[in-house]
Ligand binder design. Structure first.
Ligand code: GRF
Length: 217
């Protein structure tokens, strides 16, 4: 059965596009059945419309509490009956109740080599720290912000002359390669999150992945 994918966005949606493209060309055995944005008028919504994918805005600004927002968001997601929930530049901190509901089915992409640089401004922070390697991580979403088990990372070089925008562009190219790959693994049932009392890990083809995810060199 073709897996049903819901993508949450807050902006341009270039990762959404990469996933749509890979579904359309058969590289991902799945279909994006819904796109939800917490911000109105973002380009990612146009991308969904262009591909004739149902899309909607659930604007966080009209909610009084994070709990109320997440409750409506969960209801909207469930209406699509998804197998997989993909956070693609979705700039919201999620409540524990929301995360628990979708645990093991929800992945995020974060523009750093986790556990380095959780949170915002990752590219500038890598430059400021003098790192010569930076990158991006795809991970399962757990209650800890940017803290769930890493599935796959990609590295990029940092050059002396790089601005934050230069580095972001280089990282973005890698995002568009690794995110569809991971979503494809999920669609093939190759990837699971295993949880015990105090930690969680990612397993690919029944093999527990190391902290830096699959095939890091
Ligand atoms: C990406 O850099 C992603 O790593 C971060 O937000 C950005 C989203 O970009 N979480 P886009 O909307 O997919 O173009």
């Amino acid at each position: 059965m073709t897996k049903r994918i819901v993508v949450l966005i807050s902006g341009s949606g270039s990762n959404l596009q990469a996933i749509i493209d890979n579904c359309q060309n058969g590289s991902i055995d799945g279909a994006v059945v819904g796109v939800i944005s917490n911000r109105p008028d973002v380009y990612g919504l146009e991308r969904a419309t262009s591909s004739e994918i149902a899309n909607q805005v659930i604007d966080h600004k009209v909610y009084g509490s994070r709990e109320d927002y997440d409750c409506d968001l969960a209801r909207a997601i469930n209406a699509y009956q998804p197998d997989i929930i993909v956070l693609a530049g979705f700039m919201r901190i999620l409540t524990p109740a929301f995360v628990q509901q979708f645990q093991g089915k929800m992945v995020n992409i974060h523009p750093s080599l986790l556990p380095k640089y959780q949170g915002l401004n990752t590219h500038q922070r890598a430059i400021d720290a003098g790192d010569d390697v930076h990158g991006v991580s795809v991970h399962f979403v757990t209650e800890e912000l940017d803290g769930g088990p890493v599935i796959l990372q990609a590295k990029v070089p940092v050059f002396d002359t790089d601005t934050s925008d230069d580095l972001a562009a280089r990282v973005h190219q890698q995002e568009h390669r690794i995110y569809p790959l991971v979503v494809g693994w999920m669609c093939q049932n190759r990837l699971v999150m295993v949880q015990d009392s105090d930690s969680s890990t990612a397993k690919l083809d029944d093999v527990i992945l190391p902290a830096q995810g699959y095939a890091a060199d």
